[in-house]
Design a binder for this molecule. Structure first.
Ligand SMILES: [Zn+2]
Length: 319
């Protein structure tokens, strides 16, 4: 776990000043039994101290180096059979994980408890090194590689309104997600700058985004479906009359404006009040309730139901 150094960095702060040795050179495990672990350490200002670490006691503070911390997290969280924990890390951590995997293997971690990990792309300086924010903090913008545009580190230098900056970033993320292979690579600051300057001059209008099945998408795009049904979860609670909703299906999208919002306890109560044909002109009430309950299990329906009146804003287009 500490290949360059040979000492696992378990840092235990000095009780007088709170500081701890970065590399734990003088930290020793003195005792380990069912009562916990006792460490001895040295503070450069306050000398020798001792600290007792007991899992039953939340008092002692234990600071672990990145590798060891991730081993503890992944080993502990993987034990819960009912939750899928996913580790999200920058791409530079992919190599560090080989050491964590070695340690998880040495602990006899079963395959089913091995963590799922997703690595995000890195932003690279022209040299191929990760663009280091801590270096910039220490050395100032004088240390910036030539291709870093000022807005990449300081949003106030964006040449335009804040809304345009946000829309441009959202657009960039959308572009990167158009193909999974974009995600599994890294981007130089120069390439990010090039992509951003390729953005459309007019940004897409802001709207709530909703995915939808093809058969319903076609009914909305042709103006035959004017009521959309969803469960009333956190994201739907923000939808109000006049809001815009962009429905997406495969490569197609259609922009609609909300004409009214009605909330109900469940789908039966909803269909007592809503026009069945406005939800779907091609199916009976009974068929529709069956279809909807295949999409939403009872615990989702228990959130309540929202019926959203919609009208077309733009003709559908293919992106
Ligand atoms: Zn101290």
């Amino acid at each position: 776990m500490a290949p360059s150094h040979g000492t696992v960095h378990i840092r235990i702060p000095c009780p007088d000043c709170g500081w701890a040795e970065k590399r734990a050179d003088r930290t020793r495990l003195a005792r380990l039994d069912e009562d916990g672990a006792t460490f001895t350490a040295v503070c450069l200002d306050h000398g020798h101290y001792e600290s007792h670490v007991d899992p039953e006691d939340d008092q002692p503070y234990l600071d672990l180096a990145t590798l060891y911390r991730n081993l503890v997290k992944e080993r502990a969280l993987g034990r819960d059979p009912d939750v899928l924990h996913v580790m999200m890390k920058g791409g530079d951590w992919a190599f560090g994980c080989q050491l964590v995997d070695g340690a998880l293997g040495a602990l006899g971690t079963p395959a089913a408890q091995m963590p799922m990990r997703i690595f995000t792309p890195q932003v690279l300086a022209p040299t191929g090194a990760k663009l280091s924010k801590s270096l910039l903090r220490e050395q100032g913008t004088g240390a910036l590689p030539a291709d870093v545009e000022p807005w990449m580190l300081d949003t106030t230098t964006w040449p335009g309104e804040l809304d345009n900056y946000v829309d441009s970033l959202v657009w960039l993320v959308g572009e990167l997600l158009t193909d999974p292979k974009h995600f599994f690579r890294s981007f130089t600051v120069r390439e990010l700058g090039r992509l951003m300057s390729a953005r459309p001059t007019a940004m897409p209008v802001r709207a709530h985004e909703m995915g939808i099945y093809k058969r319903y998408f076609d009914l909305i795009a042709t103006g035959r479906k004017t009521t959309e049904i969803r469960v009333n979860d956190a994201s739907r609670k923000k939808i109000k009359e006049g809001s815009l909703i962009r429905f997406r299906c495969q490569g197609d999208e259609v922009l609609t404006r909300v004409t009214r919002v009605a909330r109900y306890a469940n789908f039966d109560e909803m269909f007592d009040h809503e026009s069945v044909a406005s939800v779907n002109p091609l199916a009976t009430r009974e068929e529709q309730v069956n279809n909807i309950r295949q999409i939403y299990p009872p615990e989702r329906e228990a959130l309540g139901v929202v019926a959203i009146g919609i009208q077309l804003v733009d003709p559908p287009r293919t992106i």
